[in-house]
Structures are given as structure tokens and as C-alpha cells.
Design a protein around this ligand. Structure first.
Ligand SMILES: [Zn+2]
Length: 179
């Protein structure tokens, strides 16, 4: 892993804004109340708050599921996992540089919305966290399609460029599903 590049304070503020916006549009879409949203039990962190195992070079973000430590057979079904959405600053920053049509607010909005949709689908048992690779690829396509659907209704400058950037992501995994 090369030198890590972190969001500066201004960028962190933009990311925070985009996360709040993502929570708003995604929970509106799924008609989640504030308390239902908080029961999803997740947190969104950027690179400076990630441990070495949470850092990857292949994705803009990743979700890590942490199970409750206590192994109580009787209570097992009631134990709630915690999802940590890990933003990879060092992958996002250079991508914005090489794709000047993208801006951090809307790019980060896409990433946060996408990861939130994953978590909602895990929580509602629409998808297993540990699904086989092929199924995960198909799910990836579904989540990109859903992200596209939700963000298409958001009128902020830059959203269109982001949706265009992700066009290939939406199409590619469908081929995998068919094969
Ligand atoms: Zn995904």
C-alpha cells in the first residue's frame, strides 16, 4: 500500500454533508423513520478512523460487519451486528482528480447512498452478507440500479455526471449473473 491520502477538513465537511443527504434520500425512498434509520446500526467513517484491516485499494468504500462479541446461544438471534461503512479517501481523491467532471459532494453522495442501500437490504434479509461471489455480483448490480433510481430524483448539480460515471458498474455485473 502506497502513501495514504486523507480528506482535508474542508473535504471532510463535504463528506459529512453528503452522508446526511444520503441518509435523507435513502430513508425517504424506503419510508424509514428516524428511529428505523438508527436501528440499522451502522456508522460511516473515513480513512483516518480506519484500522489497517479496514483499508482496501480496490474500492471507494467497503462495508465491514462486526458481530457482537458475546457468544450466547440463547441470545444469539437477538444480538445485532454493527456495520461500519469505510470510506477509502486514498482511492476517492485520485479518482476525482482524473475525472474532473465529478465533484466530491455528489460522488460521496453516491457512495454513501449505495452502501446504505446494501445495509438496508442486509437488515431486511433481502441479501445475505456472506453470499457467494456470483450472487454478490448480481446484488451489486441491483444496488447500483437502486442507487441510480434514488439519485435520479435528486436535483443537485453534479449528480448527472456521477450517474454517468457509474453507468458501466450498473451494466457489467448483469453479464455475470447471466453466465
Ligand atoms: Zn456495492
Amino acid at each position: 500500500m502506497g502513501t495514504l491520502q486523507y480528506f482535508n477538513p474542508d473535504e471532510l465537511q463535504v463528506v459529512n454533508t453528503s452522508v446526511e443527504l444520503a441518509e435523507e434520500v435513502v430513508s425517504n425512498h424506503y419510508k424509514l423513520s428516524a428511529s428505523q434509520l438508527s436501528k440499522l446500526n451502522y456508522d460511516i467513517k473515513t480513512l483516518k478512523e480506519l484500522s489497517a484491516e479496514e483499508i482496501v485499494d480496490e474500492h471507494f468504500a467497503q462495508i465491514i460487519r462486526y458481530s457482537a462479541k458475546r457468544k450466547d446461544k440463547v441470545l444469539d438471534t437477538f444480538v445485532k451486528d454493527f456495520y461500519k461503512i469505510c470510506f477509502q479517501d486514498h482511492i476517492i481523491i485520485p479518482t476525482l482528480k482524473t475525472n474532473p467532471e465529478l465533484d466530491l459532494l455528489t460522488f460521496s453522495l453516491y457512495i454513501a447512498s449505495h452502501e446504505l442501500i446494501h445495509i438496508i437490504r442486509f437488515r431486511h434479509f433481502l441479501q445475505q452478507f456472506d453470499a457467494p461471489v456470483k450472487e454478490r455480483m448480481a446484488e451489486e448490480a441491483r444496488v447500483h440500479a437502486k442507487t441510480h433510481e434514488i439519485l435520479s430524483d435528486v436535483s443537485i448539480d453534479g449528480v448527472e455526471a456521477v450517474l454517468k460515471f457509474y453507468e458501466d458498474w450498473r451494466n457489467l455485473p448483469h453479464d455475470v449473473e447471466k453466465s
